[in-house]
Design a protein around this ligand. Structure first.
Ligand code: CDP
Ligand code: CDP
Length: 225
């Protein structure tokens, strides 16, 4: 059977990681969470007191940082220089800083190269912001997931409540909007739907329904090739 590359992009809370992970598992493909790579670098910058606005400093740090993604049923387990940071990279501090770190051109160049190497010559599902436009412009299937900002904030809020983390829905909405604006407004590889991506609005879809839709499209593409 043909092995294809699948690119899944979209804003925070659209369902990218849930859908990407489920599709990868059903197709027996590797799942690569590129947002986790930017979060891992951001965590390391905070850990080493590197100014997140300092492009050169962050870029030098990235060259010295070993970021490893390991598969698990819940998504990617993430390691920085051998230390597991899977939960730590989801902290509010990292979330607040990650869009600034990922806006640096030198950082993006290195990350894109790593991500292309991870996807090369294999069945792979990558999710992020610039997969269909920059990382895998020739991906056989590109999906742009969206959902209303209210629904995306509600999902993230629910996740916090379930984990017992204090959370405020209005604040969550503001944080998500601010991150959307930074990700969509930056000069390099902004969050934008690729011309040849299929848009899937998940506002009224369950994660299972959205994943089933993507898997169906992937199987169609595999049979076409
Ligand atoms: O899971 P969530 O949607 O909150 O975000 P994420 O996928 O973990 O990505 C965190 C941040 O990394 C995003 O807000 C972007 O600033 C950045 N990112 C990026 O610039 N390019 C990517 N391919 C993936 C993430
Ligand atoms: O990766 P991204 O930030 O785009 O979203 P996610 O982390 O996959 O999804 C955020 C939350 O919304 C998770 O708790 C999912 O289970 C949930 N979700 C949902 O309720 N309905 C969907 N259609 C997709 C995701």
């Amino acid at each position: 059977m043909n092995k294809i590359n699948i690119a899944i992009d979209g804003p925070a809370g659209a369902g990218k990681s849930t859908v990407a992970r489920t599709a990868a598992s059903q197709l027996q493909y590797v799942y690569i969470d590129t947002g986790a790579m930017y979060r891992a670098l951001t965590w390391n910058a905070i850990h080493h007191n590197v100014d997140i606005q300092d492009e050169e400093g962050i870029s030098v740090l990235l060259k010295k940082t070993d970021i490893e993604l390991l598969p698990s049923p819940e998504g990617n387990r993430v390691f920085v220089d051998g230390e597991e940071v899977t939960s730590a990279i989801r902290s509010n501090d990292v979330t607040a800083a990650v869009s600034d770190v990922s806006a640096h051109a030198k950082v993006r160049r290195q990350m894109v190269k790593k991500q292309q190497e991870l996807a090369q010559n294999r069945g792979a599902v990558l999710d992020g912001r610039d997969i269909g436009t920059t990382v895998l412009p020739h991906a056989e299937l590109k999906v742009f997931l969206s959902a209303s900002v209210e629904e995306r904030a509600r999902r993230r809020h629910l996740e916090n409540v379930e984990k017992g983390i204090s959370s405020d829905l209005q604040m969550m909405m503001k944080d998500i909007q601010a991150r959307d604006e930074k990700d969509a407004g930056r000069d390099i590889s902004p969050l934008v739907q690729a011309d040849d991506a299929v848009k899937v609005d998940t506002t009224d879809l369950s994660a299972e329904e959205a994943a089933a839709e993507i898997c169906e499209m992937a199987r169609e593409r595999i049979h076409e090739i």
